[in-house]
Design a binder for this molecule. Sequence first.
Ligand code: PLP
Length: 354
Amino acid sequence: MIDIRSDTVTKPTEAMRKAMAAAEVGDDVYGDDPTVNRLEALGAEMLGKEAALFVPSGTFGNQLALFTWCRRGTEVILGEECHIVVHEAGAASVIAGVQTRCVPAPDGVLQPGDIRKRLRKQDLHAPATSLICMENAHSMGKTVSLADMDAVKAIAAEWGLPVHLDGARIFNAAAALGCKASDIAARVDSVMCCLSKGLCAPVGSLLAGTKDFVEAARLKRKIMGGGMRQAGILAAAGIIALTEHTALLAADHLRAKKLAQGLAHIEGMQIDTAADINMVFFSHPAGETPQAGANITAAFARQGILINPPEQGLFRFVTHYWIGDKELDAILAASATIFGGNSAAIFAGPQGAS
Ligand SMILES: Cc1ncc(COP(=O)(O)O)c(C=O)c1O
């Protein structure tokens, strides 16, 4: 199957599997795992931070950042469509015990004026703001410019607040913005980056910041059950992700552009041309209702292509390491058949027949 549901579906490469099998390991809760230590040092260096901590997932890393920065009962300001709010199952209220205060963030960009209106100090009625969070690249496929990040950081500095970055795809953002990941991370106090998305590692993320922040996070990671013992087996793949795969992301972005250009030839297709990274967002009249979306998803599956059903009529195709030119051609051919007015292709088979 050609799987374009997400870049999280990337399986580890042969080189990763070999490195995992051969990894030197120890008990990471004692700080004894040399491979985890190497990954954390490398991650810290690439993100331009003093230290980094290996954590099981991106969600874990984001929630650990909130848990480490914020006192219970305080408030975190973030964009209304960000992953922490939309896709982390309400964890901020469960783990850190904080209230999320959303601001509109067109294309993932927090607007200084909107943040200012919501900043507050503790009083009898109001919780204090304890943290501002950004996301770059945004999971809607957009990057946030360094200047827009600077504007948020400046407000945070005025108020003496830390800024956390959900940088699950920070290396995609860096490739798209033409800068280093450390240039992006320099605009925030803590950053989470994922090794398991377009970078192909099977598991794991890093949370980076100052040494003091990371030591505080290490304790909270233990509280969350994230002390992983011989985790060098996983870190070995993470090292390859950072050393070999960050440079390959630009090729995924290019393929996403080609995919968008190809899809644009199909009548009725509405492509979001503002996506900057490895994602193509589009809508088509044929997929407007939930049932039509399900039929289209099934039609792609019959052609050997896994896609997610559209969300509110919006389809998302994601390119990644395992999507080469041959796969791209197959996706475009299937799209032309399915969206290009061939209703037989959409409605054939058990789903469409009912
Ligand atoms: C922007 C963003 N942040 C965080 C995460 C969470 O990562 P994980 O699935 O490893 O928990 C994701 C997952 O896709 C994401 O897209």
